[in-house]
Ligand binder design. Structure first.
Ligand SMILES: NC(=O)c1ccc[n+]([C@@H]2O[C@H](COP(=O)([O-])OP(=O)(O)OC[C@H]3O[C@@H](n4cnc5c(N)ncnc54)[C@H](O)[C@@H]3O)[C@@H](O)[C@H]2O)c1
Length: 362
């Protein structure tokens, strides 16, 4: 499968580097609305820089990886599908449910694949957690916690206001990792009760062109609530850009027979810790799967392999749409003061096969 990257910013470097690790695909071209960005990456990685429309018109390119900014995801996804390309998009998949469904429907009509990051849940850490749960090590999952507390990225990021626009904030920037990881372990969600708030109306940039400059916060920056999963588990969630420091584990899952500390789902590795009632303390578990290092591109490579063998790809558009609805549900429940009942669902992605060699997905 010949692949073209659209969007040659920060994260594209990781995709260019990691593409070499997977069989069955070849990165051949890249583009960006800023052509100098595309030309620089093309030169560095030995691919062809093309204008966006030129790349989409190239019939030898079968798939597009969309690494543009979130506000451009849908426009680029639809354009690429209309040009007959399979599409893999960075997170967040889209900014509203209607856009997500539009892309999924178009892909279905055109018999094309559509998938989305995050793919971190396919890494060694979360695949190990999933094996432990499926082996019954914690019994039936009944509850859990998700905690991602920080003060936000404006002190160090050169384009800080981007993180505080509508459709950004901690839920859309970091939430996809946590929500996708939860769905991969517990299955689809059933309802959400929650709150969304904002502790600061203005923030001050600390780096680049925005250093010392004040800008308006246009999104909630603190989310708190409970997700009820179809399996019955209730997970308490706190996701925030308003908190100087917290000291909780990122994800904990509690079962009838034990408890699991899961790793930061914005990484591919561990640690994974298990507690069973006969143990003195938490026990760190060996990781049972591959891809413990930053392997962004794994989801796209899985989509290529799945397309070839005819199986469903793991980072599916349906999973991304369900995660999107889950993230939107906190603000909706907060606005209405009512529990939000989920309308979408998805298949739990098939576990990764630990016996396959590095770079092979089937
Ligand atoms: N930077 C990270 O560490 C990171 C990690 C994981 C995921 N992501 C996600 O990846 C995506 C890109 O992030 P980034 O940090 O690389 O952003 P970035 O701002 O560094 O790069 C985005 C690039 O897309 C280009 N672009 C914007 N609109 C376009 C359009 N319509 N057509 C073509 N090109 C367009 C921009 O010119 C820019 O070069 C985001 O969705 C982000 O959430 C980023």
């Amino acid at each position: 499968m010949k692949i073209g990257i659209i969007g040659c910013g920060n994260i594209s470097r990781t995709y260019f580097n990691n593409a070499k690790r997977f069989g069955g695909l070849e990165l051949v071209a890249c583009t960006d609305i800023v052509m100098e960005a595309a030309e620089a990456k093309a030169k560095e990685y030995g691919v062809k820089a093309m204008k966006v429309d030129e790349l989409l018109a190239d019939e030898s390119i079968g798939m597009v990886i969309n690494l543009t900014v979130p506000q451009a995801h849908t426009e680029v996804n639809l354009k690429a599908l209309n040009a007959g390309k399979h599409v893999y998009c960075e997170k967040p998949f889209t900014l509203n449910l209607a856009e997500a469904s539009k892309a999924l429907d178009l892909a279905k009509r055109r018999k094309l694949r559509i998938g989305s990051a995050p793919d971190t849940f396919l890494g060694a850490g979360y695949q190990t957690c999933r094996s432990l749960i499926e082996e019954g090590k914690i019994g039936r999952p009944i509850a859990g916690t998700v905690v991602m507390l920080c003060r936000g990225p404006e002190k160090w990021h050169p384009n800080a206001p981007m993180f505080y626009q509508k459709g950004a904030g901690p839920m859309f920037d970091i939430g996809p990792y946590y929500m996708t990881a939860l769905v991969s372990l517990l299955g689809p969600a059933k309802s959400v009760s929650g709150y969304a708030s904002k502790a600061f109306e203005e923030r001050t940039g600390g780096a680049g062109a925005f250093a010392g400059k004040k800008f308006k916060v246009e999104t909630p920056t603190h989310y708190s609530g409970t997700v009820e999963f179809g399996c019955g588990a209730l997970v308490n969630v706190a996701i925030s850009f308003d908190i100087h420091r917290g000291a909780h584990n990122p994800v904990e899952i509690y079962g009838t027979e034990g408890s699991l500390i899961c790793p930061d789902p914005n990484t591919f590795g561990g640690p994974v810790k298990l507690y069973q009632p006969w143990m003195k303390d938490w026990t760190e578990c060996n990781l049972t799967h591959r891809y413990a290092e930053n392997s962004r591109m794994l989801g796209a490579a899985d989509m290529v392999a799945a397309q070839k063998s005819g199986r469903p790809h793991r980072c599916s558009g349906e999973l991304a749409r369900h995660v999107l609805e889950l993230m939107l549900a906190f603000e909706e429940a907060s606005k209405t003061g009512k529990k939000y009942t989920m309308k979408t669902s998805c298949q739990i992605p098939k576990p990764m096969d630990a016996s396959l060699p590095e770079g092979t997905l089937d």
